[in-house]
Design a protein around this ligand. Structure first.
Ligand code: G6P
Length: 362
């Protein structure tokens, strides 16, 4: 039953657990074996001609667009910017000569994003919406749309839409990079990476009890929690922090690990949980240094590291993917920590206070 909970106690847990299947579905749909990538060639060509991409989105979708910026810069070699829709709408940047707009929206109904889409169209600029809802307002109004194929997402806190957005962004980045005849795109084994990600997600979601225990140990009595990482791990720390904040009402902050010393370290006192993502080999040593600074002040550090970056004592070690795809796996750890920390507080995981699944007012 696509919109029932099945045997699950909550939609959020069901949707977290569906992520491996969503990765496989996206791969089957967009990356058919021995065939070209299944995306409208006109869209690929249009993006390939752009000199700059402008990602516009809100909430979790904005966090997915931060990853999209990195994917397109690496695999399509097109400069990209990611903007929060409610800011972008009132403070348009100076545009490049050949801009292309990419809107990310699970629901396809977010008013802040639509406002920017309407203005982009008024200016005659090309637009794509990546959405989970085929007949949504944004899907109907944009020049192009790509579907997430994540299935209905019911829980207010977005989970599988985020990982689906990253996977679909990667598909398009590869297609555009191939169109531009870039070696980085041609040699990018995206189907292989998505299969690895799905398997890693399976391993993580197969062990609910371990996440329940970790959440109790690190977040059980927390009133504040910090998430840190560098580069792609910074992007995911923003999303993991948002997940905990929106459902558990614990005050959270996700920040770039190097910024610790420029302010946030003042808040580290004995027992404060600091969830640290370390999957980027180029910056791993620096982030390890930040972990030491936190530990020296009594912070309760939980390290989530990739195999390539792991060290003795790391609590969670996950398989290594290409840097830009690590959030597919690291975010699942953050989702499950948030989920169990919230259950343990006796709160309504699927329908947190004050939040709506889609916000149709600016
Ligand atoms: C609301 C939801 C968030 C979501 C955001 C953007 O605030 O509570 O979970 O990330 O809207 O929604 P969209 O449908 O545009 O991705």
């Amino acid at each position: 039953d696509a919109i029932g909970k099945g045997t699950y106690p909550t939609f959020m847990l069901k949707e977290i657990d569906e992520q491996p299947a969503v990765m496989r579905r996206i791969s089957q749909h967009y990356l058919p074996v021995d065939q070209p990538i299944a995306i409208d060639p006109a869209l690929i060509q249009h993006v390939a001609q752009a000199d700059r991409l402008y990602f516009v989105a809100a909430g979790t979708s904005y966090h997915a667009s931060l990853v999209g910026k990195r994917l397109f810069e690496r695999y399509a070699q097109i400069p990209a910017e990611a903007g929060v829709a409610s800011e972008f709408g009132y403070h348009w940047p100076l545009l490049s000569a050949k801009p292309f707009f990419i809107f990310l929206s699970q629901s396809g109904e977010t008013a802040d994003s639509r406002q920017v889409l309407v203005e982009a169209k008024r200016r005659g600029l090309p637009t794509l919406v990546i959405t989970n809802v085929a007949n949504s307002t944004l899907a109907r109004e944009a020049d192009y749309h790509l579907l997430l194929h994540a299935g209905p997402e019911i829980a207010v806190a977005s989970t599988k839409a985020y990982t689906a957005q990253i996977a679909v962004e990667a598909v398009l980045a590869k297609a555009v990079g191939e169109r531009r005849q870039l070696g980085a795109a041609q040699s990018f084994d995206l189907a292989g990476q998505l299969a690895l990600a799905a398997n890693a997600m399976d391993e993580i979601t197969d062990n609910h009890q371990a996440w329940d225990q970790l959440a109790a140990e690190y977040l059980g009595s927390a009133t504040d929690a910090f998430y840190l990482g560098r580069g792609i791990d910074y992007d995911v720390s923003l999303e993991a922090a948002l997940k905990l904040k929106e459902i558990s009402y614990v005050h959270t902050e996700g920040f770039a690990a190097g910024e610790l010393k420029h302010g946030t370290i003042a808040l580290i006192e004995p027992g404060v949980p600091v969830i640290t993502f370390i999957t980027e080999q180029a910056t791993a040593d620096h982030t390890r240094g930040n972990v030491q600074e936190v530990k020296a002040r009594g912070g309760n550090v939980l390290v989530i590291a990739s195999e390539a970056c792991q060290q003795a004592g790391d609590q969670i070690v996950i398989p290594t993917l290409t840097d830009e795809l690590m959030p597919l796996v690291t975010v699942v750890c953050g989702q499950l920590l948030a989920y169990y920390a919230t259950l343990q507080r006796g709160l309504n995981v699927d329908q947190p206070r004050n939040l709506a699944k889609s916000v149709t007012v600016e």
